[in-house]
Write a protein that binds this ligand. Structure first.
Ligand code: GLA
Length: 705
């Protein structure tokens, strides 16, 4: 094997060392090392045990069966049964600061593999491959995966599971022989298989351990696996699940994988999240938008559902403005035939029986109140009970001759059908051009079964066409913000975030559930992209009741909103909304630019979440009491991330109304405040107050000197 060159990609906290010869091999990805790398090859030369191939076999960025790699290959495909086990040799390397691209060819198989590896200043690595067909004859691609090795000490995994109204649940397990695999075949990013995972050293925590986090930026079907090879080496692999026959490359054509994002941290999960959050803020979110404060929403859905009366909606808007809302959104129910969830999808024309005097009246009213206006769409979907379906039954994404199951009574439109695509663009463009609309909520409320275009599988193309439709809308209306929603958190990933501005995190506005859902999402996303709304005191999805304090604080850190009918709320509740809106506005610059810390506690019945200003001059910390405290006393609250040498004033900013009545006495600092050094806060901390289950407390720390 011909190996010559070492290339280093460096961030602030991590380093990747890649050896290049016939192929690229990642030799190190972890703590940065300084000085000469000359001893590397000798130090890392692997022994060759008896009982296996006679030569050492490297783990390349795309494992090749033909080199004797027995793990899941990076490419599976064939040309009418030939060229099925390609072995690539690097022909060209392009290296610039933070990026290396290798161009490898297997001349015999007539294939070229271009591999890109990029590391940004925030320690986030991106990897993707492009497979090109150089020869006559269709090359049928079954699989094209992104593969990244992780060290053998990565022997624990944090993976995700979930479902509708229960997104971003995490599960920890040892990473032993057999490894881990998740497959998402639901056609969208999905609630069930959020495309990310973290591996790390045993018992890695928020603060400690080596961790390697991975996020596959793709909004369709995917497979993610962590292979523990029989020899102990490990690799993480992420790929699109291509349906049979879906990718057929003619000579000269190529296929590019989505990006696999990854980051190493030697400082546990918080360190990893800091990398991803900075990267999302600076490199993923649309750049024209990043600096604008996030306006407070009032979304009509849980307030009025399909029951739309313009006069009433204007009254809702008036009351919203009085509470301090900055953007008023009409959700589902405004277009023709949409009186419930059985009909209307596809007929993107204002329902004039509900809105006889037009929509402009309402938009103007909302704008005159000083608020932006937003509107809900679900462009990719169609009900059979719609004029659109009656006119174009052939626009369904389906395979002719089969009866597809419905999901929420609806079907999916085939976006590869140009007429359908253009119709949808025209309808969105019409509304965005005709009214002063600042924001659209782009929903997608069903899973995709048998995605067929002209009889052929079309899972990947449907996702690409969806991106193309969003891109076209954005290009025509660059100032309109878009929320990605799929029955709540079903389409949350980095690729769609490049073209949208926030996510509807979950249809579950229950504050207790939201605490857990938002925590799960916080590993990869900064708070400002999480739509977090205060719902009604009697939660619609769980039937639980929560105080306004708990609901208010739970919604405070994200992109905040209100999701109810303010007209029907009591004076007391409205005062509460107003209070939390004010509090959010005051803290918003800090919350949406600072560093998030998931603070470890002595008792799992608490969940503590902090945001610390980048210059460490200020911090807010929320203690959420998820369940009854385990013990009578709950230990100490230790807050990391402050300036150890600085003195801070600590005060309670918000607390449950009965805070002082539920015990003989609460800790002194909760009523009087105190002054502490950042070092004290981190190493010794403050005594935990006593809280009832399902309540929360907000603390602020301000730099004194
Ligand atoms: C989905 C969304 C909700 C709401 C409804 C409207 O469930 O997640 O927020 O917009 O659709 O039908």
């Amino acid at each position: 094997m011909n190996k010559q060159k070492l290339i280093t990609l460096s961030g602030q906290d991590s380093q990747m060392i890649i050896e290049l010869g016939d192929y690229a091999e990642i030799l190190h990805w972890g703590q940065p090392v300084s000085g000469s790398l000359s001893g590397f090859r000798k130090a890392l030369f692997r022994p060759v045990p008896y009982g296996r191939l006679d030569n050492d076999v490297s783990m390349t960025l795309s494992p090749e069966l033909g080199r004797g790699v027995f793990s899941s290959p990076g490419i599976e495909g064939h040309r009418n049964g030939q060229d099925w086990a390609p072995v690539f040799v690097i022909e060209k390397v392009e290296h610039e600061e933070g990026k290396v691209t290798t161009i490898s060819v297997d001349a015999r198989a007539g294939l070229r593999l271009t591999s890109e590896l990029v590391m940004d200043a925030h320690d986030v690595v991106k990897v993707r491959h492009t497979l090109g067909n150089l020869k006559e004859g269709i090359y049928q691609v079954n699989r094209l995966a992104n593969t990244v090795p992780v060290p053998a000490r990565a022997n624990e995994i944090m993976a995700y599971y979930g479902r509708w109204v229960h997104e971003f649940q995490t599960v920890r397990q040892p990473l032993l022989q057999g490894g881990y695999q998740q497959e998402n075949r639901r056609g969208r990013t999905s609630h069930e298989h959020y495309p990310a995972l973290v591996v790390g050293t045993s018992h890695f925590t928020e603060m400690q351990g080596d961790v390697w986090g991975f996020h596959f930026a793709w909004s369709g079907n995917h497979r993610m696996r962590v292979d523990v090879k029989a020899d102990g080496r490990r690799l993480v692999q992420a790929e699109v699940i291509y349906l049979p026959g879906e990718v057929a490359l003619e000579k000269g054509e190529s296929l590019t994988t989505p990006w696999l994002y990854a980051s190493y941290s030697g400082a546990g999960l918080n360190g990893m999240s800091h990398h991803f959050h900075s990267h999302v803020r600076e490199a993923v979110l649309p750049s024209d938008f990043a600096k604008k404060p996030r306006p407070i929403h009032l979304n009509t859905w849980e307030g009025i559902y399909f029951d739309h009366d313009p006069e009433y909606i204007m009254a809702m808007a008036t009351q919203s403005a009085e509470m301090g809302v900055e953007r008023f959104i009409i959700d589902d129910g405004w277009f023709r035939g949409r009186n419930g969830d059985k009909a209307g999808l596809g007929d993107w024309f204002l329902d004039e029986s509900k809105y006889p005097n037009g929509l402009a009246l309402i938009v103007d009213h909302v704008n005159a109140l000083g608020m932006e206006f937003g509107l809900w769409f679900e462009p990719e979907m169609i009900n059979k009970d719609s004029d659109l379906y009656r006119a174009h039954p052939d626009w369904l994404l389906a395979v002719a001759g089969y009866d597809q199951p419905t999901g929420r009574n609806q079907f999916v439109i085939d976006l590869q059908n140009d007429d359908a695509f253009n119709f949808l663009f025209e309808r969105l463009d019409h509304f965005l051009s005709s009214y002063n609309i600042a924001y659209i909520k782009w929903d997608m409320n069903r899973e995709i079964v048998q995605p067929g275009h002209e009889g052929k599988a079309a899972g990947q193309k449907q996702t690409e066409c969806y991106y193309a439709l969003v891109d076209k809308v954005r290009a025509a209306h660059p100032n309109v913000e878009i929320e990605s929603c799929a029955a709540g958190g079903g389409r949350i990933d980095f690729e769609i975030l490049k073209r949208t501005h926030r996510f509807w995190t979950s249809d579950n506005n229950d504050a207790l559930e939201r605490q857990r859902i938002q925590r799960g999402m916080s590993y990869f996303f900064p708070p400002e992209v999480m739509g977090s709304h205060i719902g009604a005191s009697h939660c619609h999805s769980t039937r639980r009741r929560h105080s306004i304090e708990f609901r208010g604080l739970t919604a405070l850190f994200g992109h905040m909103g209100i999701e109810l009918d303010p007209v029907k709320e009591t004076k007391e509740e409205k005062n509460g909304f107003e209070h939390y809106i004010k509090l959010h506005k005051a803290l918003r610059p800090l919350l949406h630019s600072g560093k998030t810390w998931r603070v470890q506690t002595d008792d799992d019945a608490h969940q503590v979440h902090a945001v610390i200003a980048k210059d460490q001059s200020e911090a807010v910390v929320m203690i959420a009491q998820l369940a009854m405290p385990t013990n009578a006393l709950s230990g100490h609250l230790r807050i990391p991330g402050l300036d150890p040498d600085a003195i801070y004033h600590v005060e309670v900013l918000d607390k449950p109304s009965n805070f002082n009545d539920i015990v003989n006495c609460q800790p002194f600092w909760t009523n009087e405040g105190c002054e502490l050094s950042g070092e004290w806060c981190e190493k010794i901390g403050l005594t935990m107050p006593i809280l009832d289950a399902e309540t929360a407390l907000l603390i602020r720390l301000k730099l004194l000197h």
